[in-house]
Design a protein around this ligand. Structure first.
Ligand SMILES: C[S@@+](CC[C@H](N)C(=O)[O-])C[C@H]1O[C@@H](n2cnc3c(N)ncnc32)[C@H](O)[C@@H]1O
Length: 694
């Protein structure tokens, strides 16, 4: 049920009233300290509080929202702390929601920032949206609550007029590089840096000099802390690591565009005005500084992870089958939301609140959402899976548990055994290579040593030298036939034991793979039959339901990739030790299995989480498996992918049949040449099958 009062969300304000033109690429937009918003509106939704709807058809690939954060904490290192870290070899933990609370309580908030913060849902009835009741099946809201247009209106006004987020038109056009065409004022983002000792240092806004010593974020009153904690826990978004690959790509595009306009400043220009504490990583590696937003633009030093609050992004509700993907990055740490499916007018725009749990059975997802957000999801996927009934759900859960509690640990033990055996074989080979080299350096040493029994410096004869290498001692003068035989036998024993271990592991791997494959096909067949016979799960079209089922069983699919990887290692080790035709064939077979298993995972992720980091990673893995050593082409693939997402803003892409038939193309005939996630999957899979790099 939708409330009568709706307000158009419009966080983009360009001073000359110019809407962003389609030519502006996402990577350019992210340079601007403003929010951009597509055809969206915020409304009250039954059982969910507020939510965001599309006001017109949005197509896959369309940028829906890109806004700078209200507050963000990134990991960083002050020079002294970094020195301590290097000395102690410690790993820095990523920032947490608690760090964000620390930043907010230690900062002097403007009135607008305070209002924005208090407008966010805080877990209390009457707090934030003011319309969310106690958690219940199917959502957490009280339908009878009347909408509070004032609050919504207030939020949107504040969001739209984010302080300082103004653009002044300079020389050039929208299509030119922003660094030459636009003059930017700093956004009102509160920025903090989590120091390795756990304290949060408040940083000056991008583009401003630090005003004396940074405030200590831990110096706060309990009242203030309580006031912001609710808003933070229910609305913050964070990632343990930054998406380095994506950031580097976008930074490269930025450098290219700044080079082409003759402005050599690029990323450095944006970051160079920020005189925050500079960590040694940036000093030591200017290239990294120039290519990574993390080190130049917010927190100096190595950046690993972030946690932030984006006020308009926080209006989006969760779905386990979301129709968008979100990314954070750029000099202003924008949160970008991009459609990954057609979204018709009036349909809710959803995001996924968790990462890996998206690829887990319903009970695991439910537990995660209850723990972190205190609601029960009733999205289409959850409802469909609930409709399968307890027995089928338990079967899916059974496979998930078996992978995580039984098969996974067993595979770990097998991998260790295989690694030890492969290392033993490698050591033997190296020893033989050393001996062969020595023999080449002293031709005839073997014969001389054997025939005359003469001691030689550094070992006499091949076997004496072998003893020397194996035992680490001097075999000179101890070149007896018995010793030689002993060494030979020892070598043979080691080799035989290693090969036997590999053969045993290989057999166990095959059995494990069969068990997992059988469990997968068993559950999938039973679920499909049940749907066909009883109509269970008719909440979703069969194809879509099929992908959801596979997504819930993803850990088993991924385990098969790991089995194939270990099998490939085993096959290679055996082949290099025996060099028989049979072993070479087995390497090929295992390799084909690895490609197939990776492709299965890619197809699942491309269907349920297109554009995710996992999607990109799998695509690159598949490519690397298809063309070993082709890191260059993996880079090419990433480029293609980034250009797809940096493509024409607001222009629909060719959607592989995913665009509704009735939908008229928005903004013309589409963007030929631009890739959509499905394109990527097809492209990679085809390349893998053809066995060549892209
Ligand atoms: C980031 S806020 C989203 C906006 C929120 N609905 C509001 O009114 O401000 C997160 C909260 O929204 C609610 N929520 C999000 N997704 C939901 C869903 N699928 N079903 C029910 N409640 C949901 C939960 O209370 C959650 O803690």
């Amino acid at each position: 049920m939708q409330a009568s009062t709706t307000v158009t969300l419009a966080s983009a304000k360009l001073e000359h009233g110019a809407a962003p033109e389609p030519e502006l690429h996402l990577s350019q937009l992210l340079e601007l300290p403003v929010g951009i918003c597509g055809p969206l509106e915020v409304v009250q939704l039954a059982g969910k509080g507020r939510g965001v709807l599309a006001t017109q058809l949005c197509c896959p690939g369309q940028l829906l929202l890109a806004s700078p954060p209200l507050a963000i904490v990134q990991a960083g290192t002050s020079p002294s702390a970094a020195a301590r870290l290097v000395a102690s070899d410690e790993e820095q933990p990523p920032p947490t929601a608690g760090d964000l609370v620390n930043l907010l309580v230690a900062s002097r908030l403007t009135q607008r920032q305070t209002q924005l913060l208090s407008a966010l849902y805080s877990g209390e009835v009457g707090g934030g949206s003011g319309e969310q009741g106690s958690a219940s099946e199917g959502g957490n809201g009280d339908d009878s609550c009347s909408p509070q247009p004032l609050r919504v209106q207030q939020l949107l006004q504040l969001s739209a007029a984010a302080e300082g987020a103004r653009l002044q038109w300079g020389a050039g056009s929208v299509a030119t590089a922003p660094s030459t065409g636009w003059h930017m004022a700093a956004p009102a983002t509160l920025r903090g840096m989590r120091l390795p000792d756990g304290r949060v240092q408040v940083l000056p806004p991008v583009g401003q000099q630090p005003a004396g010593a940074a405030a200590d974020a831990n110096d706060s009153t309990p009242e203030r802390r309580r006031a912001v904690t609710g808003a933070v826990v229910y609305n913050c978004y964070g990632e343990p690591t930054r998406d380095e690959a994506l950031e580097q790509l976008l930074a490269r595009r930025r450098r290219r565009s700044s080079t082409s306009t003759g402005d050599g400043s690029g990323a450095r220009q944006l970051g160079s005005t920020n005189e925050g504490p500079v960590g040694p990583a940036e000093e030591a590696s200017p290239q990294r500084g120039a290519s990574s937003w993390g080190s130049t633009d917010c927190c100096a030093g190595d950046s690993s992870g972030f946690v932030g609050l984006w006020a308009d992004f926080a209006m989006l509700n969760h779905s386990c089958c979301p129709n968008t993907i979100n990314w954070s990055g750029g000099p202003h740490s924008h949160m970008a939301v991009i459609a990954t499916a057609p979204i018709v007018a009036g349909e809710e725009v959803s995001v996924c609140y968790f990462g890996r749990e998206l690829l887990a059975p319903r009970s695991v997802r439910m537990e995660a959402l209850q723990r972190t957000h205190n609601f029960t999801c009733a999205c289409r996927r959850c409802e469909h899976e609930r409709g399968l009934g307890p027995a089928l759900e338990a079967a899916v859960q059974g496979v998930y548990d078996a992978v995580n509690e039984y098969w996974g640990p067993r595979l770990g033990a097998m991998a260790e055994e295989a690694q030890a055996a492969a290392e033993a074989l490698r050591d033997l080979k190296e020893q033989q290579a050393v001996l062969a080299k020595q023999e080449r350096a002293q031709p005839g040493a073997l014969e001389m040593g054997q025939g005359q029994g003469q001691p030689r410096a550094g070992g006499s004869g091949l076997f004496g030298a072998l003893l020397c290498v194996i035992g680490g001692g001097d075999a000179g003068g101890r070149d007896t036939a018995a010793e030689r035989e002993l060494a030979t036998r020892e070598q043979e024993r080691t080799r035989a034991a290693a090969l036997a271990a590999l053969s045993s592991v290989s057999g166990q791997l095959a059995v494990l793979d069969q068990q997992v494959a059988a469990a997968l096909s068993g559950v999938e067949t039973v679920v499909a039959q049940s749907i066909a016979n009883t109509g269970a799960g008719i909440a979703a079209p069969a194809a879509e339901a099929g992908w959801w089922l596979r997504a819930s069983l993803y850990d088993a699919y991924e385990l098969r990739v790991s089995v194939a990887e270990v099998s490939a290692d085993v096959a290679r080790a055996r082949a290099s030790a025996t060099a028989t035709g049979a072993e070479a064939r087995s390497v090929q077979e295992v390799h084909a299995a690895l490609i197939k298993a990776t492709d299965d995972c890619l197809q699942i992720v491309a269907a349920v989480a297109p554009g995710s980091t996992l999607h990109i990673r799998l695509a690159c893995q598949l490519e690397a498996a298809a063309a070993p050593g082709s890191t260059g082409s993996a880079q090419h693939l990433l480029e293609a992918f980034a250009s797809r997402y940096g493509g024409k803003v607001g222009t629909p892409l060719t959607g592989h049949g995913r665009r509704p038939e009735s939908a008229a193309p928005v903004g013309g005939a589409g963007a030929p040449g631009a890739l959509c996630p499905e394109d990527l999957a097809v492209m990679v899979t085809t390349a893998a099958r053809q066995g060549h790099a892209l």
